[in-house]
Design a protein around this ligand. Structure first.
Ligand code: HEC
Ligand code: HEC
Ligand code: HEC
Ligand code: HEC
Ligand code: HEC
Ligand code: HEC
Length: 447
């Protein structure tokens, strides 16, 4: 009777704890969900013009040269409507060159201040469009502390919610374990008392002496010993073989680079083509790493990442993306306030990831251009990599397997057209593999 009762209440307790754990879980889940809202769109400003429409126009036409709060190619435009009168702004924005040519003093002043850089003419913008743009540039600057605290605060609270959620679950599990242990003790002692009360002997000392230890029984059974010895030998040979075969294989190698450079953002989100940066992959043996000039084609005007990207970097990868761009500026000697190079440069020492031993010859053009193989087939899902890593083993077996399995792409490439034609005639039109081309000959890959 006692036992049954105990059993029942233990289950009740466990079920109750599980229920409590899950209900806190779902409450926190809801909190986290409601916390990541989009920042509110700019509201219509007090003056004339629609700031939301203006924002779209600004981003489409002006953002390449102007920022709101910082100098870029042109001046910062925040509250520019207070600097000039409307009519002047209409004519400046529609055609600044004409205004300068007319000898307007204000126009000449700003033109000379910016080293006579020409601003595009926007004859297509109506006065209403310009009003909208100015309404957008007039929207009050979000108070910096409030904005940062607001943005990171919201994210942090989801972060801490996640963390405290984890610790709550862990604490609940620990509690359940402790309770189970306590419960077993109670059950054990109750049963003992029960047995004592009924005069049942619970002392098993004597029986123990009579029983043969299990290891002795095992040692005496020769068949069992033999089987286990063979099993142990095979298992250790298997693991030793695995360990030896992985010597010198750096699959998964992902060193920390001097500038945190995300292929996910560049090749993925921004869809920049691989060959924009690794331009020599098509023509030469090496793919090469782009020089920093290539980066500055874009980063002269991209000094900061978008807010959403910034938050993602902080929360998911623990990286301050804007600081990483500052490292790029330091290395190239770019002064973003003056919009000029200072001439003080430092080389960036990228850590090399893929590296075949000197005894092997590998040529990118052969594979990318002649073989028509996508970079991803060997380098993996690069456009998803926040940190670049070695995806393939780069062993000889890996090269050979692909050469055995891959058919020569006859349709899509005129590079070896003659040879391909001849060979495929010899083989009666059967599919040609790279191995048929001689892709398994030692000399092709070894110097
Ligand atoms: C090709 C780059 C470029 C684009 C695009 C551009 N601007 Fe400009 N803007 C400039 C430059 C450079 C100046 C500084 C004067 C100069 O050198 O002509 C300037 C000056 C101005 C000024 C005067 C600011 C001041 O503080 O004196 C205003 C206003 C302005 N631009 C508005 C706009 C608007 C609105 C757009 C979009 C419809 C736009 N600009 C697009 C380059 C550009
Ligand atoms: C905007 C320039 C840029 C673009 C676009 C780009 N990369 Fe890169 N890539 C780099 C830089 C810089 C490095 C060196 C830093 C690193 O390893 O993350 C690099 C490194 C690599 C490496 C490792 C090199 C090594 O050390 O072994 C591979 C492989 C690679 N990129 C492949 C690709 C592929 C495939 C694509 C297209 C999907 C691509 N990259 C697009 C700039 C770029
Ligand atoms: C074709 C334009 C382009 C080129 C070329 C380019 N970037 Fe970027 N880069 C961007 C854009 C766009 C962003 C910001 C994306 C966002 O805000 O969501 C960015 C973000 C970054 C960031 C912050 C995110 C991160 O990856 O850590 C760094 C650092 C950076 N770039 C470094 C480089 C380096 C180094 C090179 C040269 C090898 C380079 N970029 C070449 C467009 C470019
Ligand atoms: C057939 C497999 C294969 C393909 C396809 C391939 N790579 Fe590679 N890649 C390699 C190997 C192997 C290495 C190591 C080469 C070495 O150490 O000599 C490498 C090295 C690199 C490096 C380091 C620098 C260098 O050249 O040694 C970069 C960057 C790179 N690859 C980018 C690319 C890009 C971009 C593409 C697509 C245009 C591409 N790869 C296509 C196998 C491949
Ligand atoms: C993803 C498949 C793939 C992998 C992996 C691969 N290759 Fe290739 N390889 C090819 C293809 C396809 C060609 C044929 C190109 C052509 O049409 O001429 C080729 C051709 C070659 C050739 C020229 C062969 C000839 O007869 O002209 C050499 C050398 C070569 N590969 C070396 C290597 C080495 C070294 C590795 C490993 C580091 C490697 N390959 C990995 C697909 C691959
Ligand atoms: C398709 C290209 C390819 C062909 C064909 C090829 N190898 Fe290799 N071999 C490699 C690569 C790549 C490595 C380096 C692998 C590594 O670092 O793990 C290698 C490594 C080796 C090694 C090991 C060297 C060491 O120090 O670890 C030997 C030995 C070797 N190859 C012999 C041969 C012989 C013999 C043949 C002809 C029957 C041959 N290879 C054909 C690509 C090839």
């Amino acid at each position: 009777m006692i036992k049954r009762k105990l059993h029942f209440s233990a289950w009740q307790f466990i079920l109750a704890s599980v229920f409590v754990t899950f209900s806190t879980l779902s409450v926190y889940g809801q909190d986290a969900a409601t916390n990541d809202g989009e920042p509110a769109a700019p509201v219509e400003a007090a003056g004339s013009g629609n700031a939301a429409a203006g924002e779209a126009l600004f981003k489409a036409n002006c953002a390449s040269c102007h920022k709101l709060y910082k100098k870029a190619v042109g001046p910062a435009l925040h509250e520019v409507s207070q600097k000039y009168d409307r009519e002047w702004l209409y004519s400046w924005i529609k055609n600044s060159a004409a205004l300068i040519a007319s000898g307007d003093a204000q126009a000449l002043a700003i033109y000379n201040e910016y080293n006579q850089t020409a601003m595009n003419a926007f004859p297509q913008l109506s006065n209403t469009d310009i009003d909208n743009i100015l309404a957008y540039t007039d929207t009050p600057k979000p108070a910096p502390t409030a904005a940062v605290a607001g943005a990171t605060g919201a994210e942090q609270s989801t972060g801490t919610a996640d963390n405290s959620l984890n610790s709550i679950v862990l604490a609940a599990l620990a509690l359940i374990l402790v309770l189970l242990v306590a419960l077993l003790f109670v059950v054990n002692s109750t049963l003992k008392r029960f047995a004592d009360a009924n005069g049942i002997q619970t002392d098993f000392e004597e029986e123990k002496e009579v029983r043969r230890p299990i290891w002795k029984a095992f040692a005496e059974n020769q068949f069992l010993v033999l089987v286990s010895a063979v099993f142990l030998l095979l298992a250790s040979a298997y693991f030793a073989y695995g360990a030896l075969m992985s010597v010198g294989v750096d699959q998964g190698y992902a060193p920390v680079q001097p500038i945190h450079y995300s292929h996910r953002i560049h090749a993925g989100t921004s869809q920049i083509e691989c060959k924009y940066c690794h331009s020599s992959a098509r023509e030469s043996k090496h793919s090469g790493i782009p020089s920093l000039n290539v980066c500055m084609n874009c980063h002269k005007s991209i000094g900061e990442v978008a807010d959403a990207t910034y938050q993602e970097g902080i929360n998911e990868y623990g990286i301050d993306y804007n600081k990483e761009i500052q490292k790029l500026y330091a290395a190239t000697g770019w002064d973003s306030d003056e919009q000029a190079f200072t001439g003080e440069t430092q080389p960036v020492r990228w850590v090399r990831i893929h590296n075949l031993p000197d005894l092997a010859y590998f040529n990118h053009a052969q594979h990318v251009t002649a073989g028509n193989i996508a970079c991803q087939q060997c380098h993996g899902p690069v456009e998803e990599m926040e940190v670049m890593y070695q995806y393939s083993p780069l062993t000889m077996g890996w090269c050979i397997n692909c050469h055995r399995e891959t058919n020569v792409d006859l349709a899509n490439n005129g590079y070896y057209e003659k040879i391909h034609e001849e060979l495929s005639k010899q083989r009666g039109g059967k599919q040609l593999t790279i191995a048929d081309l001689g892709g398994l000959e030692c000399g092709k890959c070894h110097y």
